[in-house]
Design a protein around this ligand. Structure first.
Ligand code: NAD
Length: 492
């Protein structure tokens, strides 16, 4: 078995014991303890920020040429790629996700560092059009010290999505991972350290949102918070940021509609809907958790979907056959079960799932069966609130106008899936849904070169893409006199 990180924190390049609240990482399969550690204290956060500020201001980093800085990012990418099996196992122990999925997340994190290095090397500042005899330039500067706060569901991918562009932009970063999955980010710190990032530029400080997260948000020397997590936490951070007039980027929750038209390729649609909601056991911000099926095919499609759902393999995260692994924590499993109980009390029909699987192998873990509920309107709590688990609400719709109205009648706007053979229709619906990402005849596909983010309660701002680096920079305008003559106003 892979040796887990020893639980010390990475504070400005040093490995230290945490002085904050105790945190326990459990293996979601059986509740066994991976590691007990202490998170950072507020004083340790302050210390990390002070050292980050000094390291960021050092000309060795601030003045480093983009291609040289990119080389460090490439080495981090190499370090992740060289350790995929190890990172994957640590992440699966931390989160309960399948090894197949955590290996893919690690590979994508390597790709993120490599892409941001390449983007940095090729990102030009611009010479703008002058209106006088001046050279006019639009250039970009690093912001300073970035606070990155991430959730537990895809730790290495969401950590990389913040670290890579923020470091590429010439900043320092304090990363606070979620308390249910602290080990993955500490492993990433080890790799970054070995890649030769100058000391002080990165700290990885697990700890509670109340103590560590809150301190990062409030600290005067944090120039920006990049947050991924729940909408209520994001809203609270945005309120605090307003007092500091500090920029924030917020990647928040979702209740994404998936839409199956009567002319769709049914096998393609069933596979896409299943993957969209039940992969990662539904613990995904972009989970397609509201399924709209056109009324003419509703009964047949739902019957086929339910049969395919019952055939999904629920099992151990390390088993290659597993499609649906345990949820991260018993509290989270109870919360998911609570949503299902509420839906049933509201009159939903249970088509499958709705309970933990039976059997010895599941008894100690946080397992929950893939669940499909029908019969509730789009206004029901189940269709409004994010469950963040393997729970799908299915609803019929009549026509394009009806499904656009129902799809948009929701507080979130993160993602959407559309299945149809009629491309003009897919295009019309895709443009009409208020959301950050639309997949047509597919779902949960990603490219680091394509921006990602949410509308409405799903967030503010975009990550990824070449512009992802710019989110961590301040634009600056330069005017350079080309005349060599004193300004005429002075009449010298
Ligand atoms: P959460 O909001 O509870 O926690 C997220 C992070 O914020 C954690 O590190 C937590 O410790 C920290 N935090 C909590 N309170 C804080 C405070 N007062 N100040 C500062 N930091 C604080 O979310 P979670 O349960 O860890 O993650 C699940 C949520 O994340 C879901 O809503 C999911 O949709 C969302 N998510 C969004 C995306 C996206 O890209 N849009 C990706 C993954 C997850």
């Amino acid at each position: 078995m892979t040796e887990l990180p020893d639980g010390r924190l990475y504070l400005a390049g040093d490995w230290v014991a945490g002085q904050g609240d105790e945190i326990t990482s459990y293996f979601p399969h059986d509740g066994s303890v991976n590691r007990v550690l202490c998170g950072a204290s507020a004083a340790q956060v302050d210390q990390a920020i002070a050292r980050a500020k000094a390291a960021q201001a050092d000309p060795a980093w601030r003045g480093m040429k983009p291609h040289e800085r990119a080389r460090i990012l490439y080495r981090i990418a190499d370090g992740i790629e060289g350790n995929i099996a190890r990172i994957s196992e640590i992440q699966s122990r931390d989160t309960g996700k399948t090894l197949r999925e955590t290996a893919a997340l690690a590979a994508s994190a390597a790709g993120t560092f490599r892409y941001m290095g390449a983007a940095l090397e090729t990102l030009d500042d611009t010479m703008t059009v002058p209106r006088a005899d001046t050279l006019t330039l639009s250039v970009h500067e690093p912001l300073g010290v970035i606070g990155a706060i991430t959730p537990w569901n895809s730790p290495i991918a969401s950590d990389a999505q913040k670290l890579a562009p923020a470091l590429a932009a010439g900043n320092a970063v304090i990363l606070k991972p979620a308390s249910w999955s602290p080990l993955t980010a500490l492993e990433l710190a080890r790799i970054v350290d070995q890649a030769g990032l100058p000391k002080g530029l990165l700290s990885v400080l697990p700890g509670s949102g109340r103590e560590v997260g809150n301190r990062l948000v409030e600290h005067p020397d944090i120039a920006k918070i990049s947050f991924t997590g729940g909408t209520e936490t994001g809203r609270r951070i945005a309120r605090q940021a307003a007092d500091k007039l500090m920029p924030v980027s917020l990647e928040l929750g979702g209740k994404s509609p998936t839409i199956v038209f009567e002319d769709s390729d049914i096998a393609l649609a069933v596979a896409g809907v299943l993957f969209g909601i039940f992969s990662s056991s539904g613990q995904s911000c972009i989970a397609g958790s509201r399924l709209f099926v056109q009324r003419s095919i509703y009964d047949a499609f739902v019957a086929r979907l339910v049969a395919a759902t019952k055939a999904l393999v629920v099992g151990h995260p390390f088993d290659a056959a597993t499609q649906v692994a345990p949820l991260i924590h018993p509290d989270h499993r109870d919360a998911v079960a609570g949503h299902v109980a509420q839906a049933l009390a509201d009159g939903a029909a249970l088509l499958c799932g709705g309970a933990a699987p039976e059997g010895e192998g599941f008894a100690q873990g946080n397992y929950y069966l893939p669940t499909i509920l029908a019969g509730l309107p789009n206004t029901a709590t189940l269709c409004r609130e994010e469950v963040f688990g393997p729970v799908l609400a299915v609803l019929p719709f009549d026509d394009e106008a009806d499904v656009i109205a129902q799809g948009n009648d929701n507080a979130y706007g993160l993602a959407c899936g559309i299945w149809t053979r009629d491309f003009p229709r897919a295009y019309r619906v895709a443009r009409a849904i208020t959301t950050g990402t639309v997949w047509i005849n597919t779902y949960k596909q990603f490219s680091i070169s394509t921006p990602f983010g949410g509308e409405k309660d799903a967030g503010v701002g975009r990550e990824k893409g070449r512009e992802g680096i710019r989110q961590y920079m301040a634009q600056k305008s330069l005017y350079v006199d080309l005349t060599g003559r004193p300004h005429p106003w002075a009449r010298l």
